[in-house]
Design a binder for this molecule. Structure first.
Ligand code: TRP
Length: 331
């Protein structure tokens, strides 16, 4: 059976972008593949969280993975920092990752632009750690959004380079995987680009947001002053709202508002009201389970411990073989 790995950085609560972009795929894949889904807390260290925040964020992602339907009996769910073998593989892969290629990564360049005061080496080698996450289980499929394509290409490069250096076909090539052809970029509410927490207050709708909060955020979403001719192309901020409708609303609802837009009779207030209610309905069962699971400390402990044991079993096997390939020998 093919092996699947994916993770989400623990920087806070999960939003609709994480859910529709990644987690829905995780939930489907767990029935068909040998799946490893983790909480990327090592990656979150690039932004220096306080110890208290670090733990709260890991807990949120764990709770929300479970609430969204990842089943710890089917998939291995674990916290990245519980699997020390990942850090060891990261070290080995770093010896074969070159400054030039790391500096050329678009995510690195974006981070440098956004936070010129915190250009640390962890940020530069973020793709190496991500490659270690994937290669540690010798996975071939990685359910991630479009924005991670370049990171996956780097993971293939690092794996292949290791194979070539030691003249052994050890790491298979991992590729991005998506069950559906449907939209994997979930836009935010600020009218520009994708949903994300770092894009500012109100841009992201979280799975844990209460209905009133969702209504408030959606009503504040950026719109324009309306179409000025029939059947005109939608500007980005309006298209984004329609894109969100394709994931949470019925096709009839979408067609209804699309027609109103094309006839120039649209009232954005009505569209937003509908969108907010559909988001509330779509997330209601998850929200309920979040509240239940978050209060069940014994269950969370059990899931995390069981996941760590299973993940380490797989990781330890790889590390043992990697050490042999590299040439480490005990006296
Ligand atoms: N870089 C990914 C993101 O920002 C998170 C991630 C870290 C990841 N390690 C991974 C995803 C390994 C897939 C596989 O979304």
């Amino acid at each position: 059976m093919e092996t699947v790995v994916s993770g989400i950085r623990s920087t806070g609560n999960l939003h609709l972008g994480n859910y529709y972009g990644a987690i829905q795929n995780f939930v489907k894949m767990q029935h068909e593949y040998n799946c490893f889904f983790f909480i990327a807390d090592l990656h979150s260290l690039t932004t220096h969280p306080t110890p208290a925040n670090l733990h709260t964020n890991v807990k949120s992602v764990l709770v929300e993975y479970l609430a969204a339907g990842i089943d710890p009996e089917k998939a291995t769910i674990y916290v990245q920092s519980d699997v020390q073998e990942i850090a060891e593989l990261y070290l080995y892969l770093n010896m074969n990752a070159y400054l030039g290629e790391l500096e050329r990564s678009t995510s690195f360049k974006d981070k440098v632009r956004a936070h010129p005061d915190n250009v640390n080496a962890g940020l530069l080698t973020y793709p190496v750690l991500m490659a270690a996450d994937i290669l540690i289980h010798r996975a071939t499929k990685v359910p991630v959004g479009k924005d991670q394509e370049q990171h996956l290409e780097m993971a293939r490069t690092f794996g292949n380079r290791f194979n070539r250096l030691y003249n052994k076909e050890y790491f298979p090539e991992p590729y991005a995987f998506n069950f559906s052809e449907k939209l994997v970029k979930i836009p935010g509410l600020d009218g520009k680009g994708k949903m994300g927490k770092s894009e500012g207050e109100g841009n992201a709708v979280f799975l844990s947001d209460a209905p009133e909060v969702i209504r408030k955020k959606v009503m504040r979403a950026v719109t324009d002053s309306g179409p000025i001719k029939e059947n005109q192309a939608k500007p980005e901020e309006i298209q984004n709202l329609f894109d969100l409708m394709t994931v949470v609303s019925t096709p009839d609802t979408y067609a209804h508002f699309d027609n109103l837009y094309n006839n120039m009779q649209i009232r954005y207030g009505d569209l937003k009201k509908q969108l907010a209610e559909d988001m509330i309905i779509a997330t209601a069962p998850i929200r309920e389970r979040i509240n239940e699971i978050a209060n069940d400390a014994p269950y969370l402990r059990q899931v995390a411990r069981y996941g760590a044991i299973k993940a380490r079993e797989s990781a330890a096997k790889t590390i043992k073989e990697v050490r042999e390939i590299i040439g480490f020998k005990s006296f």
